[in-house]
Write a protein that binds this ligand. Structure first.
Ligand SMILES: [Fe+2]
Ligand SMILES: [Fe+2]
Length: 225
């Protein structure tokens, strides 16, 4: 099943920040967390299928037009279920994968309930922090036509452009968002939102590296370094 799912994902995910390599990193993070988490009982087949298919509906969300909002976690859960049933997997297996995918989104507001869903959530969030998080946040900034840096008052920004506030409020105007704002309003909160001990430890180390980068960037932009 692994090869079939990889083929499906490869043909579907074309965005540079949410491509097959992101899928593979999330997959590796899932395995790492499952192997290192104390007292972790997990169905590895469900976890692997959920990792491979978790962003399958990202293109539909990215291409949604005319104010139409598509949630790739909700739509992706439906698509994953159909894909797995068509590949001959049982209804129960397909539903378990779908339920993990449905709750993987930070801004989705749905809480992961199973161990597989918690691991997928943490594994996916690890890929938005650390050096890989910096690289991906600038890819997204390019895709969304954002500036490199916004030296604004973060509280003012939150008040005017983040419905629901920190850390998982909805962004009103994505073009005004920047990687340093994403870091200050969302990424710093990621370790506290993690569901596994292993994910949290990895997240704290990654966050430290990311914080260092944005501190230096701020000084360079202000001309003091
Ligand atoms: Fe996602
Ligand atoms: Fe993802």
């Amino acid at each position: 099943m692994y090869e079939e799912l990889v083929e499906i994902v490869k043909n579907k995910l074309k965005s540079s920040s949410h491509d097959l390599s992101h899928t593979f990193r999330v997959y590796s993070n899932c395995i790492k967390i499952a192997q290192n988490e104390p007292n972790c009982v997990v169905d590895i087949d469900i976890l692997q299928a959920a990792a491979l298919l978790h962003d399958i509906a990202r293109p539909e969300e990215d291409m949604a037009k005319d104010g139409k909002k598509v949630d790739h976690a909700i739509l992706g859960a439906q698509q994953a279920q159909e894909i797995l049933v068509n590949l001959g997997k049982t209804q129960q297996f397909s539903e378990s994968v779908a339920s993990a995918i449905k709750t993987h989104r930070f801004r989705g507001g749905l809480v992961p309930e199973t161990m597989e869903a918690k691991i997928l959530f943490d594994a996916d969030k690890l890929d938005v922090i650390g050096n890989i998080g910096i690289a991906r946040s600038y890819m997204i900034a390019g895709e969304q036509k954002q500036d490199i840096y916004n030296d604004c008052d973060i509280n003012e920004y939150v008040k005017n452009n983040l419905v629901g506030g920190v850390p998982s409020g909805k962004i009103i105007d994505i073009s005004k968002h920047t990687p340093n704002i994403e870091f200050a309003t969302k990424n710093v909160n990621i370790p506290n939102k993690m569901f596994t001990q292993t994910g949290k430890e990895l997240a704290l180390a990654r966050l430290k590296r990311m914080e260092e980068f944005f501190n230096i960037l701020k000084q360079e932009i202000r001309g003091s370094m």
